[in-house]
Write a protein that binds this ligand. Structure first.
Ligand SMILES: C[S@@+](CC[C@H](N)C(=O)[O-])C[C@H]1O[C@@H](n2cnc3c(N)ncnc32)[C@H](O)[C@@H]1O
Length: 549
C-alpha cells in the first residue's frame, strides 16, 4: 500500500489550491442571466424553492440519486425554457430533476443518465414508452436526424403549440428576471408566427473535425486501408444533442432550398480533401440574391475560411435599377468575406458573409412592420402627443431597422460596434435611395450614440435597441434615461437579458417625474421547430413616478 501510494505524483500546494479554486468555481451557482442560470431557475421552480434552499444549506445538492449510465423510467413534468424535458426522479429517490431532450410533458420515457450536476442529472432519451398523443405526432417530423441533432427540439409538435410554448418562455423570463413586480406587466400577447416554418434558415454553419491523430498516423505510414468515399469517422454536420461532436447531415429541412442544393457539393469537396485538414472547420452557407457581376464577386471561393479572398464588394447607387432582375435568382455564399444580399420588402440589404443578419428572411417584413405599428399606434393615445420624427437604431448591424423604418421619420441614426457592418449600413442606405442628409451610421459602442444625436428632440424620438444575447449595459441604460426618448423598442434574441434590462429601464425616474411603462410585449418566431424565441418589448414614457421594486 505504502509503495503504491508513494508512486502517485505528489501535487504541489499551488496545484492543490488551483484544483480547489477550480472545484469551487464549478460548484458556484450559475452566473446570473446565463443559459445555466435560466436552466437552474426551471429546476428550482420544479423542485420548489424551499426544498432547494434546504438542500443547498445542507450541502447535499451534488448527492445525485443516480449512477452514470443508469437507465431510468421517468414521467415528464414540464419543458425547460430551452426545450428540454424536466422530470422528477421517481420515489423513493430524493427530489431530483432529470433533463432529457426530445420528450414532452405527460410522457413516460426511458432515459440514460450521462452526467450528474447540481440537483439535476442530464440523460439521453432512449425511448418514449408512453407518448402524449395530445402533443406528439411523429408524422410532423421532416428531418431524419430529428431526435439526434441538437438543432431542432420541436418538430413533433403542432406549430400552434410551438408558438404557445414560446409565449410561456417569455412569461417565465419576466417572472424570473424582470426585477420588478410582474403584476405591472401588460398581458403577453400571442407569439407572431413565421410565414415559413421549414426552409426558412438563410444561414447554416455545419462543421467537421480534422482526421484524428491516430488515424492520420496510420494514413501517413501506409497502414490505413484506403477506401474511396467518406471515412466512417468523418461527420460533417451539427452537434449531436448533449455533445460537442458533429453528426453527419446531408440535408437540413429548416434551411432554404438554395442552401440544401449546395450542401452536397461542399461535403464532397471536404471528403476528397480531408487529409489536408489539420484543424476542424466550421463551414458557412448563406442564401443570397445573386449580385450582378458589375457590383462585385458575390459567390467567393468554396469553403476554406483561411483561403478567403478580397474585401467586400463595391456597389453603386445605379445598381438599384438592375435589382429587379436579380431578385429571383438565389445563390449560396460560402466565403466569409463575400457580400451577401437579401431583399426585405422593397429594400435591399448587403452585408459581409461573416456578419450578423437575421436568419429568417420570411419574418423580417412582419417584424419591422410590427415595430412600426407598435411605435405609431401607441402614439395615438394622447391627442396632445408630439409627432414622432427621429429614430435611433442602436446595435444596428447593417441597418435593418433604420432603413426599413426610415420613410416614417425625418432623421435616422444608427450605431454599431463593427466598422465593417457600418460600412455596409451606409452603403445599404445609398442602395435604397435614402440620402445621407436623412440617415447616418456610426461605428462605436451603442451608448455613444446619445452624444451624436443630442439635437434630436427627446419627445419626438424613438430608440430601437437590438443588442446581442448578453443584452445592453448600464452605461447605455444611464444615457437612455438621461435623454428620455418618447418610445423605446427593445428587440431581443435573449428574452432573459431583455427582461432584466427592461426592468432596469422601468425603475428609473426620467426627467422630473416620468418613467417608462411597458406597453406591449410579445414573441416573434424567427426560429420555427426550435425552442428559441425573439421578443419585442415596447416602452413608452409616462407621467408619474416609476413603480417600486
Ligand atoms: C442582434 S444583432 C442586431 C443587428 C441588427 N439590428 C439586425 O437586426 O440586423 C446585434 C448587433 O450588435 C452589435 N454590437 C455588439 N455589441 C455592441 C455594442 N457595445 N455597441 C454597439 N453595437 C454592438 C453586434 O455587432 C451586432 O451587429
Amino acid at each position: 500500500m505504502e509503495e503504491a501510494h508513494s508512486e502517485q505524483p505528489r501535487k504541489s500546494v499551488k496545484q492543490r489550491r488551483k484544483e480547489q479554486r477550480k472545484l469551487k468555481k464549478a460548484r458556484a451557482l450559475p452566473e446570473p442571466f446565463s443559459t445555466e442560470d435560466v436552466q437552474w431557475r426551471d429546476i428550482v421552480a420544479l423542485l420548489g424553492k424551499e426544498h432547494v434552499d434546504k438542500t443547498l444549506e445542507e450541502e447535499k445538492e451534488w448527492n445525485s440519486p443516480f449512477d452514470l449510465q443508469e437507465e431510468v423510467e421517468l414521467e415528464v413534468s414540464t419543458l425547460s425554457s430551452d426545450g428540454e424535458s424536466l422530470s422528477i426522479a421517481p420515489s423513493p429517490k430524493s427530489p431530483w430533476v432529470v433533463r432529457t431532450p426530445f420528450a414532452l410533458p405527460g410522457e413516460t420515457i426511458r432515459a440514460k443518465i450521462y452526467r450528474n450536476s447540481r440537483l439535476h442529472s442530464l440523460a439521453d432519451l432512449i425511448a418514449v414508452t408512453k407518448p402524449n398523443p395530445e402533443l406528439r405526432d411523429m408524422n410532423r417530423v421532416r428531418c431524419k436526424h430529428f431526435g439526434e441533432c441538437a438543432g431542432c427540439q420541436y418538430q413533433m409538435l403542432s406549430y400552434d403549440t410551438q408558438l404557445d410554448l414560446k409565449r410561456n418562455v417569455i412569461v417565465k423570463a419576466y417572472n424570473n428576471f424582470f426585477g420588478l413586480d410582474p403584476s405591472i406587466l401588460p398581458s403577453i400577447e400571442p407569439t407572431i408566427a413565421s410565414p415559413l416554418q421549414y426552409g426558412y434558415r438563410t444561414k447554416i454553419t455545419p462543421h467537421f473535425d480534422a482526421p484524428p491523430r491516430r488515424i492520420r498516423a496510420e494514413y501517413n505510414n501506409g497502414t490505413l486501408e484506403k477506401t474511396k468515399g467518406q471515412p466512417e469517422w468523418l461527420k460533417i454536420g451539427f452537434n449531436k444533442a448533449g455533445t460537442k461532436n458533429p453528426i453527419d447531415i446531408e440535408e437540413c429541412p429548416i434551411a432554404t432550398s438554395t442552401i440544401n442544393q449546395r450542401l452536397p457539393e461542399l461535403r464532397e469537396a471536404i471528403i476528397n480533401d480531408i487529409w489536408t485538414y489539420h484543424k476542424g472547420v466550421s463551414l458557412l452557407l448563406r442564401d443570397s440574391l445573386e449580385i450582378p457581376e458589375t457590383s462585385g464577386k458575390g459567390k467567393g471561393s468554396p469553403h476554406r475560411p483561411k483561403s478567403l479572398s478580397s474585401s467586400p464588394s463595391k456597389t453603386s447607387a445605379p445598381e438599384i435599377d438592375s435589382l429587379a432582375d436579380a431578385v429571383e435568382k438565389h445563390v449560396c455564399i460560402t466565403n466569409h468575406k463575400a457580400t451577401v444580399r437579401e431583399r426585405v420588402g422593397n429594400k435591399i440589404f448587403d452585408y459581409p458573409g461573416h456578419a450578423f443578419f437575421q436568419n429568417n428572411n420570411s419574418v423580417l417584413v412582419p417584424l419591422t412592420d410590427y415595430v412600426r405599428d407598435a411605435v405609431f399606434s401607441s402614439g395615438k393615445t394622447s391627442p396632445t402627443s408630439e409627432k414622432l420624427t427621429h429614430l435611433v437604431d442602436a446595435y444596428c448591424g447593417s441597418g435593418l431597422f433604420a432603413i426599413m423604418l426610415a420613410e416614417h421619420f425625418q432623421e435616422v441614426s444608427g450605431i454599431e460596434l463593427s466598422p465593417d457592418a457600418i460600412k455596409f449600413a451606409t452603403k445599404n442606405a445609398q442602395l435604397n435611395g435614402i440620402p445621407t442628409s436623412k440617415i447616418q451610421f456610426r461605428s462605436g459602442d451603442a451608448a455613444n450614440i446619445f452624444q451624436t444625436v443630442s439635437h434630436y428632440p427627446p419627445n419626438r424620438t424613438v430608440v430601437v435597441i437590438d443588442p446581442p444575447r448578453k443584452g445592453t449595459d448600464e452605461r447605455f441604460i444611464k444615457q437612455l434615461i438621461k435623454v428620455g426618448p418618447k418610445v423605446v423598442v427593445y428587440v431581443s434574441c435573449n428574452v432573459h437579458t431583455q427582461a432584466r434590462d427592461v426592468g432596469m429601464i422601468m425603475k428609473e425616474v426620467v426627467g422630473i417625474d416620468q418613467h417608462y411603462a411597458l406597453t406591449s410585449l410579445r414573441g416573434f418566431d424567427l426560429f420555427p421547430q426550435t425552442a428559441h424565441v425573439e421578443s419585442v418589448a415596447v416602452l413608452r414614457l409616462k407621467d408619474g413616478p416609476p413603480p417600486s421594486s
